[in-house]
Design a binder for this molecule. Structure first.
Ligand code: SDX
Length: 431
């Protein structure tokens, strides 16, 4: 229990509040009893200064540009064989898997790759032109209809199975929705292929011509998914926690996470970045005009892929993705003028007082789209890729909250500014 106290002095009264200290020394003032004992609340509308929970999954130091998964620096995942499945297991279960645990999880992913035929037919009822994130959110929610045995999870075995079911099926749902949007036949998962290879197989193979993944593409895709796998209490993860706090099942909680991620201020930014870069390339705007437009308060335009609620330094993921662009472009002998435009925009922004004063740096979305495009992923699937990457993080947070015996339903309060007591006026007396 906390020994340290904070003293709140208000209306001549002194209120003692417990203080907790995080692993990095960050202090948190516990106001859990402020309303019950003092009929007072705090006000923090975007929760920018409010701890939603205590967590051991991911650590971010926004000022230093540090990101760690279960204590491991994100830079160490950019190694000779980046492995998304291993990272997913680490985030969910709290440590790196043994060989046997990784083999078991891989086998579960393989066994769970096929869509339930009923769910496949449900996806077929969606318009082929449906926004991919709408299809994904709907299909993940409907998993609750076809896998009713997983609506309540009694032990880690069941959680492991449903985690594998979701992490595996999300690829099949995404690929199938993409194939339908292109008027192409569904490509079923191939049990001989590893996670990323199987996804790209389902996206790009033909019944008569199988997509052959190169090691460079497989590594790049694993790295992209790893970099998106978790990010502590971001909007979509906090959404999963809020929904899960009511004891809603994992499918419904993660479907809500997909919906939150879709927003252009969050996971949807990677699509907006490409629209912005394409616009500059098409000659609509120069990079200089883009920067000026982003600074103009009368203009709703934002420099997408820049700025972050937590990072007031370079997002370490953006740094890794920028380097990965150079590496993969060289490996594939690929050219993309958008990379040069992105670099020019970054150079202009980082030397502009408006961005410097506000500590606006490139975030994960600034370079991710350029790399995804080099791999052949269509732009309207970029946020879906973000969701595939983030799913293990959502599951890890859902589990951490679900395993916490002190979990209570998340129900914030408000500052009411509406009418004081008012009488009802019958319709015939109203003008
Ligand atoms: C992700 O939370 C996470 O961890 C998210 C994420 C994850 O992994 O889950 O990291 C993924 O969502 C990354 C962010 C992707 N979104 C974008 O790239 C959209 C563009 N960025 C901004 O909309 C903004 O920076 C946010 C949404 C990311 C952060 O918003 P905040 O913290 O609410 O900051 P703010 O809007 O209050 O901005 C502070 C100031 C404002 O100017 P002033 O009122 O002080 O004059 O900075 C300005 C803003 O106008 N500003 C920008 C800007 N971002 C902030 N001005 C121009 N272009 C921008 N991109």
């Amino acid at each position: 229990m906390s020994e340290e106290k904070a003293i709140l002095t208000i209306d001549g009264k002194q209120i003692e509040l417990p203080v907790y200290t995080g692993t990095d020394g960050t202090k948190a003032i516990d106001i859990g009893k402020l309303y019950d004992e003092h009929r007072m609340i705090t006000y923090d509308p975007s929760l920018a200064n409010t701890g939603l929970c205590r967590s051991k999954i991911t650590y971010i130091d926004g000022d230093a540009g540090i990101l760690r998964y279960r204590g491991i620096p994100i830079e160490q995942f950019d190694n000779e064989s980046p492995n998304f499945v291993e990272t997913a297991w680490l985030l969910i279960f709290g440590r790196l898997p043994t060989q046997d645990e990784l083999l078991d999880f891989r086998a579960r992913l393989t066994n769970n790759a096929l869509l339930h035929e009923g769910l496949r037919q449900r996806i077929e009822m969606l318009p082929p032109s449906a926004p991919p994130m709408a299809s994904l959110s709907a299909a993940i929610s409907e998993m609750a209809c076809y896998y009713k045995g997983y609506l309540t999870l009694d032990d880690d075995e069941q959680l492991t199975e449903v985690a594998a079911r979701m992490i595996s099926t999300v690829r099949t749902i995404a690929a199938y929705s993409y194939r339908r949007s292109q008027g192409l036949p569904i490509i079923y998962p191939n049990p001989k292929l590893r996670y990323v290879a199987n996804f790209l197989h389902m996206m790009f193979s033909y019944p008569y011509l199988h997509y052959e993944i190169t090691p460079e593409i497989e590594d790049a895709m694993n790295l992209i998914l790893i970099l998106h796998a978790d990010h502590e209490q971001n909007c979509s993860t906090a959404t999963v926690r809020v929904v899960g706090s009511s004891l809603a099942n994992m499918f419904s909680s993660c479907s809500a996470g997909v919906s939150a991620l879709w927003g252009s201020l969050h996971g949807g930014a990677n699509v907006e970045v490409m629209k912005m870069l394409d616009g500059i390339y098409a000659g609509g705007l120069t990079p200089e005009q883009c920067i000026e437009a982003a600074k103009d308060k009368a203009n709703p335009f934002r420099l997408f892929g820049f700025g972050h609620r937590v990072y007031k330094n370079y997002d370490p993921r953006a740094k890794i993705l920028k380097a990965a662009c150079d590496k993969v472009f060289a490996q594939l002998q690929h050219q993309d003028p958008l990379l040069d435009i992105a670099r020019k925009l970054e150079e202009l922004a980082l030397s502009d007082q408006y961005f410097v004063d506000r500590k606006l740096y490139p975030n994960v979305d600034f370079y991710s789209g350029i790399l995804l495009r080099a791999i052949g992923i269509p732009t309207n699937m970029f946020t879906v890729i973000f969701a595939i990457g983030r799913l293990p993080g959502w599951i890890a947070h859902w589990k951490e909250q679900h395993d916490n015996p002190t979990n209570r339903i998340i129900r914030p309060r408000q500052v009411y500014e509406g009418n004081d007591i008012t009488d009802y006026i019958p319709l015939k007396e109203r003008s």
